[in-house]
Design a protein around this ligand. Sequence first.
Ligand SMILES: Cc1ncc(COP(=O)(O)O)c(C=O)c1O
Length: 375
Amino acid sequence: MSKLPNIGTSIFTTMSKMAAEYNAINLSQGFPNFPVDKRLTTIVEKLASENVHQYLPMAGYPPLLDKIAALTNQSYDRTVIPDTEILVTAGATQAIFTTIQALVDTNDEVIVLDPSYDCYEAPILLCKAVPVRIALNDDYTPNWLKIEEACSSHTKMLIINSPHNPTGKILTHADLEALEGLLEKYPNIILLSDEVYEYITFEQKHLSVNTRKKLINRAVIVSSFGKSFHITGWKIGYLIAPEHLMKEIKKVHQFVVFSVNSISQIAISNYLETVSVNDISQNYLEKRDFFRSLLKNSRFELLPCEGTYFQAASYAKISTENDVDFCKRLIIEHGVAAIPISSFYANGKDLKLIRFCFAKDNLTLEEAAKRLCQI
Ligand SMILES: Cc1ncc(COP(=O)(O)O)c(C=O)c1O
């Protein structure tokens, strides 16, 4: 008997596999195809011949914990204690999985907004807890009234994600104020804030839960070096949590991974001495604008993109097919892979929307756009 009877292969795996089979340009899965910063690869090459190959302390390489604390202070003016409030994880996925396993019990309810990235539901189900999906408004802002209506003494956790995958929407001050007001009424709800695209925002700056004094004592905040430094395959990220939550999270973490890959931790720690996170958004802003300008004369309608490296687009003027069939045909007939946005909804809601990843070099974006403009 399956413990996850309704969970199949992720749409990202399916679309990337099909893209490879048909030799299509893969704008589906969210990973960059441009070279990694030479400074980082040089650090790795040098490290490989040094004494860096054994287990590191469970919570992370101590100098890296210090650098994360410094980065958090620099970005959000928050002081975090490296020893007790930071945990290096095998990507944001493991941070989220471990947090949910550690803090959510059988029959607890966890509020997940709809649409959402796909890594929240399975860990909730594995805890025998109940995911409660609440639809975002039509413009993808959270509907705080509906969220409040769903809160009760059974609610253990609320998961938010900003900048938001797949819509590129980011939370505003008003959203965070509404969130604070709501959580004040429910002191037992833990906030899990997925901020993996924190350094990829455009006109409006990312507003981190790290900056909200009313929230930080009940929040687990998740970051991803994979996303920030274009090294998704390294699977390295971290979470920040107050000590009382972190104690429980570490109990699970030590039996999931114990400690994360040593070379990547030391490499990132050294890299953080030279790199600035301030340049990340500018690079992606140029890519976003370039990709959008290339698609200006296509029949796709582009949604606003405030952050992340994803561009959501409507194909309603092109076809009435459902979005999964449309994406498959896009690969087979037009040589471009995208993700159907229905896969981010609990009930597979089909709004004729698909998601392109624009974290690609300009030649790739140009060729993909050329094909998309011919449809
Ligand atoms: C919103 C969101 N959260 C978490 C993750 C997982 O990040 P990582 O690769 O660091 O596990 C992703 C990856 O696409 C994501 O888009």
